[in-house]
Write a protein that binds this ligand. Sequence first.
Ligand SMILES: [Mg+2]
Length: 317
Amino acid sequence: MSSIQSYDNSQALILIVDDLPQNLQVLGSILRKSKYQIAVATNGQQAIDVLKNISPDLILLDVMMPGIDGHEVCRRLKEQDSTRDISIIFLTAKSETDDIVKGFELGAVDYITKPFNATELLARVKTHVELKKNRDVILNLIDELEGKNRILEKLAVTDSLTRIFNHSHIIDRLNNEICAAQRHGDPLTITMFDIDHFKSINDTYGHQVGDDVLVEVTNTIKEALREIDIIGRYGGEEFLVVMRKTDRHGCFIASERIRKNIEALTWDHDNLHVNISGGIGAIEHENDSAASMIKRADECLYLAKENGRNRIECGEK
Ligand SMILES: [Mg+2]
């Protein structure tokens, strides 16, 4: 009978599958003496069933069994995600060289010949249990590294103060969006926002307040954007917003809303008012790039500043 009981993690767990009770007994006693935990199954189906409940470090699998033989059990275990990575050692008679070759082809890591030699058996089991342990350690490390890499990748594209995309990444994203828009024939617009008189905010209230203003302005812009829009910190007090599938008119309406939302913010400091100006750029030519669109938006932004600030300019068209 299979023995399903609770196993602790301190000792390796080995599943022995053999149709002969005396084989199970001999193997079991050799392995137990070396402090391995043992689970047993007396036929192929039972082995497959037992593996739904336990995850051994190693399987010792008899080849010749009535019903589902060892090779078929191995084949089925290698098909399942949950059992694919469990190491299998086949138990074969010395003369069955064809079995040995087939076992390796099916994904076994080793074989042990009957009658069992305790020293050889323990040496092979120990090797594969340790390989499994090392593999688990490496897999955990890879997991950990992948997690850390994802954090690093995020940091590499993020502005540390405002938590939106940084200068180089927003330009990369804009270039990607220009290609996508050109390919699909979609409109695409950008707005370059600039906080009015930001230097005097810093000079009057200090850089801490200046930073607070940058964060609050960022959040206010973000709240007004749709999921599909992209925002980045272009420079000190400049924000670049990319509006996908949006024409100049739609971009102007959205940018005006943002400007008004900023204007309506209330601040904890006497006489502090924050306004932004914005300049819009749209795709106009086949060979447009981030640089050409930003140049257009910058010209409009310059015009907004010239025309008294706290306003959005969208160019002629
Ligand atoms: Mg047998």
